[in-house]
Design a protein around this ligand. Structure first.
Ligand SMILES: Cc1ncc(COP(=O)(O)O)c(C=O)c1O
Length: 318
């Protein structure tokens, strides 16, 4: 039966899950490692879900009218999702990004018609920087709709409504461990909560950057994993409201180099080109899969975006 979609938002979600059989065989891994390939969303990342949910909820509550301006601060992917869905519904977009974000993401945003404002990365490194920058954004754009991905409940909600249920459906409930990274925490909090509601024993694990993989005032040139933050040793008041720490059972730290190495391995051994945050989550999945107690368990790893978004920033291709 034929099927033609009339609205871009209908293409969001229902991404496929792939079993990494060659990685498993080559490393004699005892657990089954499945990846949920979120770069197959229409604008290329897991953030298309968040973007659609934020716009849908704002439309439902009457906060948006045609031609309105949407603004946010983003590490790229949320902006790209918002820019694409906004373009398809007649809204304008403007995003504030750190100037270290990959050129690929900036060019994609502009291609969708978004206005891009780059902020020096150093400005983000001083204490309370985010609140000051958010205030500036609000002052500079009176009347704009601030999508607020770090606090907007529509963000984790869509993962509770779609990402989690899709994993449950496609694995027939055969899932023991969920691994993801945290930018806003929306994905892991929503999907993790849903899976725990179905099966309370599901172990939810976050891959976070090691301290030396996070730029600081003392180490501003540290190569970060784009879009991904540390959640341990961060004051509760500085964590995004969309991150629910009660859903998370364990946090494992990964260096940017390990994340890149793992991304390269899955490209070469499985034919899937993933971004660095996916590499971080996959590196953690391999750590979990090496634990004897996880033999024969199923690990689902969220692959947020594609390696194509970072090709211009790659220093080495091994
Ligand atoms: C590349 C990348 N990976 C992972 C994430 C994490 O997603 P979430 O914000 O749902 O925690 C983000 C978020 O910005 C991202 O940009």
């Amino acid at each position: 039966m034929g099927k033609i979609h009339g609205d871009l938002s209908e293409l969001v979600g229902n991404t496929p899950i792939l079993d990494l059989r060659r990685i498993r065989a080559a490393r004699r891994v005892l657990s089954r490692i499945l990846v949920k390939i979120e770069y197959l969303n229409p604008a290329g990342s897991v953030k298309d879900r968040t973007a659609w949910s934020i716009i849908r909820e704002a439309e439902r509550s009457g906060q948006l009218k045609p031609g309105d301006l949407l603004v946010d601060i983003t590490s790229g992917n949320t902006g790209i999702g918002l820019a694409a869905i906004a373009a398809s519904r007649g809204y304008r977009t403007k995003f504030y990004l750190r100037d270290v974000i990959s050129r690929d993401k900036i060019n994609i945003l502009r291609q969708f018609g978004a206005e891009v404002v780059l902020i020096e990365n150093e400005k983000f490194l001083v204490p309370d920087a985010l609140n000051d920058i958010l205030q500036t954004i609000r002052n500079e754009n009176p009347g704009a709709f601030f999508t607020d991905q770090r606090e907007n409940p529509a963000n984790p909600l869509i993962h509770l409504e779609t990402t989690g249920p899709e994993i449950w459906r496609d694995t027939d409930g055969d899932v023991d461990i969920l691994v993801g990274t945290v930018g806003t925490g929306g994905t892991i909090s929503g999907a993790g909560r849903f899976l725990k509601q179905q099966k309370p024993g599901v172990h939810v694990v976050v891959a976070e950057p090691t301290p030396e993989s996070v730029p600081t005032l003392d180490n501003p040139d540290a190569e970060a994993i784009e879009g991904v933050h540390k959640v341990t040793e961060v004051e509760e008041s500085h964590l995004p409201g969309t991150y629910d720490s009660t859903v998370v059972d364990e946090v494992i730290a990964v260096t940017t180099a390990e994340a890149q190495k793992t991304a390269l391995a899955v490209a070469r051994e499985e034919g899937i080109l993933v971004g660095t945050s996916s590499g971080a989550a996959l590196a953690v999945a391999l750590v979990l899969a090496a634990r004897p107690e996880n033999a024969d368990k199923t690990i689902v790893v969220i692959v947020p975006d594609s390696g194509e978004r970072y090709l211009s920033t790659l220093k080495t291709q091994g």
